[in-house]
Design a binder for this molecule. Structure first.
Ligand SMILES: *Cc1c(COP(=O)(O)O)cnc(C)c1O
Length: 387
């Protein structure tokens, strides 16, 4: 490596931001050596750039993955994985509670290219086993679903997939590698939106896809190519920002999970709250499974249902100003959303009713503020009189 004449023998403690779309090369031989993988180096940032590489290496370590590829968003990470794996005529199995855009990708977009998707209840292993009797290339599930936080038995799904030679792709966005590492439990591929808890500061849009086993090793090359050809690459500055977040992820997830657990129990005692949905509570349908998978940290997401409907929600949003209405999740500060009018706005009435997504349901993305500060704000929202 040629030393940087500007720096001499000093090396920056913090990895620099390489905000360059292209690199210069001394000659054709150097270019060939980079293309042939004989030496490290970069040519064009849409193919690869140092900040994505550094972020990916750190994420791979956290996920127990052998490789990771950072993409421009969570959706582009899912898209890259799927485009690299499926061919025209292939069948995909997808959980029926997936992130809305993911469901649209499979049902509305991929069907235009001759790839069919069947939706299954991924919480029901018998149903998944039956669905797998018709050959499927890929099973796609989420560790914890939005907004009802239904958990899937990833190890059991992984052994079903092995039996039927189906690739298991787990979207681990709601758990993060701080709470769960699906690759350690038999998943073939993991994707996460770094836009949420992993980025953690509501200032980047990024995603990652990573893998571990031999099947996925060759898939990594294909995904890297898809990222460049379909234009799904991240940009350096956002990768640089996201790298800063990784050192605090575990601390943030533990602190936010502790806040969420305490808030869930506290909310259940508040007048005007009809029910609370949190996998750490024994009244959640997947409590035992979530405990087996996650241990003592059940994540920072929870839902509660107000006794009134739309007007009660409007009153809450107007009064609880310290818990901003912000239809995303994973910020260090507590925010809230309303699945009925945001993430599930275009879902059918029967789907919303089937999953319990009512007009009174509020979703909290719990942050790491002192618990009493969050409680004070929520209490403001729960009072009946406006102030
Ligand atoms: C937000 C989200 C995505 C998409 O990520 P983007 O970074 O917004 O593209 C995918 N899956 C889940 C579970 C999400 O919450």
């Amino acid at each position: 490596m040629t030393p940087d004449p500007l720096l001499g023998s000093s090396v920056p403690l913090v990895p620099p931001l390489y905000q360059s779309s292209v690199y210069t090369l001394p000659d054709l031989d150097a270019l060939d050596r980079i293309y042939d993988g004989e030496e490290p180096g970069f040519i064009y940032a849409r193919d690869a750039h140092p900040n994505a590489r550094l972020l990916a290496e750190e994420l791979a370590r956290m996920e127990s993955a052998t490789w990771a590829i950072v993409c421009g968003s969570g959706m582009s990470a899912i898209t890259a994985a799927v485009l690299a794996l499926v061919q025209k005529g292939d069948r995909i199995l997808a959980g029926n509670r997936l992130y809305g855009r993911t469901t649209q990708l499979f049902v509305q977009e991929l069907s235009r290219f001759g790839i069919e998707t069947s939706l299954v209840d991924a919480c029901n292993l018998d149903e998944v086993g039956k669905a797998l009797q018709t050959p499927a290339k890929l099973l796609v599930v989420e560790t914890l679903s939005n907004p009802m936080l239904r958990a899937v038995d990833a190890p059991a799904l992984a052994s079903l997939c092995r039996e039927f030679q189906c690739t298991l792709l787990v979207d681990n966005t709601f758990a993060t590698p701080a709470l769960y590492r699906p690759l350690e439990h038999g998943a073939d591929l993991v994707v996460e939106s770094l836009t949420k808890m992993i980025g953690g500061h509501a200032d980047v849009t990024l995603g990652v896809v990573c893998g571990r086993n031999d099947l996925a090793q060759e898939v990594a090359q294909q995904i890297a190519q898809v990222v460049s050809i379909w234009g799904l690459m991240s940009n350096p500055f956002e990768c640089w920002l996201a790298s800063r977040s990784l050192d605090t992820l575990s601390m943030r997830m533990r602190a936010a999970s502790a806040n969420a657990a305490a808030l869930a129990d506290w909310l259940a005692t508040r007048p005007g709250v009809r029910r609370v949905v949190y996998p750490g509570r024994s009244d959640h349908p997947d409590h035992a499974l979530a405990k087996r998978l996650l241990g003592e940290c059940f994540g920072n997401m929870l839902c509660f249902e107000l006794a009134g409907d739309r007007e009660a929600v409007n009153r809450f949003l107007r009064l609880a100003k310290g818990v901003p209405f912000s239809p995303s999740l994973g910020h260090v500060r507590t925010t809230c959303s309303h699945p009925f009018t945001t993430s599930h706005r275009y879902a059918s009435k029967s789907l919303r009713e089937g999953q319990g997504i009512t007009e009174g349901l509020i979703r909290l993305s719990v942050g790491i503020e002192p618990l009493d500060r969050i409680q004070r704000e929520i209490d403001r929202g729960l009072t009946n009189e406006s102030r």
